[in-house]
Design a binder for this molecule. Structure first.
Ligand code: HPA
Ligand code: ZN
Length: 330
């Protein structure tokens, strides 16, 4: 009876979700509903589970973005995403979204819709949420500065930092150093996707040149023991996403002893388990915890420790963290 008890233990643990893309959280049913609003006669393909690689996934992701066009669409999608989080006993979310994937929609309108749903999740579920606009690295560093201008032109209390995502391998970190330096100088927190399909060197540059102390994925760090030791010393947080590794990385077997997430945990790196794109990958946070618990044999103490990492190393203010820890203990 190992399985049911693992699942019910995990369901009972309060969690924090730090790596969730709004647009990738939209499930097939909600995506279809949004599309029909604009194309009533569209022939909609059934959902597929898993993707060949990161690029194949990103093409589908961009397809969803085309049907998010006004504040109501953003509110609906965000509400759906946060409700799914609540079903996994998530008490705090830090959510990415992709401002440049929605052509013709004003940045402030996207914020209005998303933050409305954040308010609703606060009152309905007692769930806190922060928002992280992510720059599409494929658009380059000059566009990155324009992206940052936009973020700085409409600052809201819950928009606390920036991210960097999309195709990693052809778009490494160094050209984004000035953009990140400016973001940090403006008081924004910074994170970036690195080491998902790019090498360990990309992770190192993200730490050293972009100044990140939080890395999304980071898996290829396992190829560089010196960097592993340094990130442990610097207390860098890695947001790791089990299911998406099976499509977007070289590690496609969670039961393999050399799976990167297993090696990161064994090496004592600080990780937070996350879903990345739960709608498109048809998963949820309880399931991601269960996959790691069962494949890696994680103890209850380790699962609780990992769940707590998200609360202590997320981007809430000290006061917000205190409140979150109380909500998790309650
Ligand atoms: N990697 C890069 N870009 C993304 C991802 C990811 O895992 N999810 C959504 N955009
Ligand atoms: Zn991601």
């Amino acid at each position: 009876m190992q399985q049911p008890s693992t699942a019910s233990l995990i369901a009972s643990i309060p969690k924090v979700e730090l790596h969730l893309h709004l647009e990738g959280a939209v499930g097939h049913d909600v995506a279809s509903k949004m599309r029909r609003r604009y194309e009533p006669d569209a022939v909609i393909e059934p959902p597929s589970a898993g993707f060949k690689d990161l690029e194949t996934f990103l093409a589908v992701y961009d397809g969803i973005c085309r049907y998010m066009r006004d504040a109501a669409d953003f509110r609906d999608a965000t509400w759906h995403a946060l409700s799914r989080c609540a079903a996994s006993n998530v008490r705090h979310v830090e959510m990415f979204f992709s401002p440049d994937a929605h052509k013709g929609v004003a940045y402030s309108e996207m914020l209005d819709g998303i933050l409305d749903a954040f308010d609703a999740a606060k009152s309905e579920y007692g769930m806190s949420a922060l928002l992280i606009p992510a720059h599409n690295r494929e658009l380059g560093p000059e566009h990155g500065m324009a992206f940052l201008d936009k973020v700085l032109s409409d600052r809201r209390e819950r928009v606390v930092g920036i991210g960097l995502d999309y195709a990693e391998r052809p778009n490494p970190a160094p050209p984004f150093a000035r953009m990140y330096e400016r973001a940090r100088a403006e008081g924004l927190r910074v994170t970036a996707h690195a080491g998902e399909d790019g090498p360990a060197e990309y992770v190192r540059d993200t730490v050293d040149l972009l100044g990140c102390r939080r890395i999304d994925h980071g898996y290829h760090i396992v190829d560089d023991p010196e960097l592993v030791a340094r990130c442990r010393d610097l207390d860098v947080l890695f947001t790791v996403c089990p299911t998406t590794t099976l499509s977007t990385t070289i590690w496609r077997d969670l039961s393999a002893r050399d799976h990167a997430i297993r090696r990161m945990i064994d090496a004592g790196l600080r990780v937070s388990i996350a879903t990345d794109d739960p709608g498109l990958f048809m998963t949820e946070l309880n399931r991601e915890y269960t996959l790691l618990a069962e494949n890696f044999g994680l103890s209850e103490a380790k699962l609780r420790e990992i769940a707590l990492n998200g609360a202590t190393h997320g981007w809430l203010s000290e006061e917000g963290k205190k409140d979150l820890l109380q909500r998790c203990a309650a």
